[in-house]
Design a protein around this ligand. Structure first.
Ligand code: 13P
Ligand code: SF4
Length: 326
């Protein structure tokens, strides 16, 4: 197929010049054929680059949507275009399927900030207090906790966990900013950990003031991994899917997405009436995933995600508890 006649290019033309797209198209065509041959699907996080998001992904979304979709697919092979913890989550929900990561080095500063031994020490220090792990944690950490949560359901899980345990306090880890932003929305006391997202912690209140001064009337949408003053100075905060939904629903003339840069690139085509303004920050871990390494993963059926059966069985429990809460 002529690359420019590919219907996916309609959503990419604002972002990718024709000559660059023509070069990408060989990988795109190969990946589509490999998906059919392998009975594979590609789950892609909202921070993936537009050519992955629009041209080869089968399911796109926030961490919660990707976890939910991982439970419903009938495909034999799941390629996770996202970071390592997302691939682990897909695996623990699909132990019998092949889950591939295009680059196993795609980590996350949050997942790296806490270990299973840290959780055991927290539990010993706070007996009877439920422990909630953000989905941005390793399977080994999830295996030690009571509930999992994402940015889309943090308050609901905090309140559910406290109520179920008959407490007014929970431990929520590892993101200190998500914990602080969630604490603003609930009566429950949250004991945080010290982790932070290296992408979102860099935004400041001064950035928000500068955007408002430079772009009058701008709507500011911030991810809750941002520091609390940044979220407080914004017009709306939510998971990446909630930020996208806000733009679609409210159609602001100008919007600043205070999050990873690909978010705005990915939703720009569907929201032509909105001018997206900076700042944004790149996640170097998400950007390890490329068309070339997705193709390589499907060609070679590597790298597979393999979890210790004991860890898998225990880590699945808090994730399934989360998914059972509407
Ligand atoms: P959500 O897409 O769940 O909001 O998460 C953002 C994120 O940083 C994932 O790594
Ligand atoms: Fe981790 Fe932050 Fe990158 Fe998300 S954006 S994967 S939280 S480092």
């Amino acid at each position: 197929m002529n690359a420019l006649a590919d219907p996916a290019y309609l959503k990419l033309a604002h972002h990718i010049p024709p000559a660059e797209w023509a070069l990408m198209h060989e990988d795109v065509t190969a990946i589509r054929a490999l998906k059919r041959a392998r009975n594979a699907i590609i789950l892609a996080h909202n921070y993936q680059t537009p050519e992955i998001y629009h041209a080869v992904a089968d399911i796109v979304g926030d961490s919660l949507a990707l976890a939910r979709e991982a439970t419903t697919t009938s495909a034999a092979v799941i390629v996770v275009a996202g970071v390592h913890f997302m691939a682990e989550t897909a695996k623990l929900l699909n132990p019998g399927k092949t889950v591939l990561t295009p680059d196993s080095r795609a980590g996350c500063s949050l997942a790296d900030s806490i270990t299973p031994a840290d959780i055991r020490a927290l539990r010993a220090a706070h007996p009877g207090i439920p422990i909630i792990a953000y989905v941005n944690t390793s399977a080994a950490v999830k295996a030690e906790v009571d509930y999992c949560c994402t940015s889309a359901n943090a308050r609901r899980i905090v309140e559910h966990a406290a109520h179920a345990a008959g407490t007014t306090t929970v431990i929520m880890l590892p993101d200190r900013f998500l914990a602080a932003n969630t604490a603003r929305e609930t009566e429950i006391t949250i004991i945080p950990w010290t982790g932070a997202c290296e992408v979102h912690e860099r935004f400041t209140e001064a950035d928000i003031a500068q955007v408002r001064a430079q772009y009058p009337g701008v709507t500011i949408l911030a991810h809750p991994e941002c520091p609390e003053p940044v979220v407080a100075a914004s017009d709306f905060s939510g998971s990446t899917a909630a930020l996208a939904a806000y733009v679609t629903e409210h159609r602001p003339a100008r919007a600043a997405l205070i999050t990873e840069c690909s978010m705005a690139d990915n939703i720009a085509a569907a929201n032509p009436a909105t001018e997206f303004v900076k700042p944004c920050n790149l996640c170097p871990h998400m950007k390890r995933i490329t068309l070339a390494n997705i193709r390589h993963a499907l060609e070679t059926m590597t790298e597979t995600i393999d979890l210790d059966p004991g860890i898998l069985a225990r880590a699945r429990i808090p994730v399934e508890r989360m998914l059972a809460i509407p």
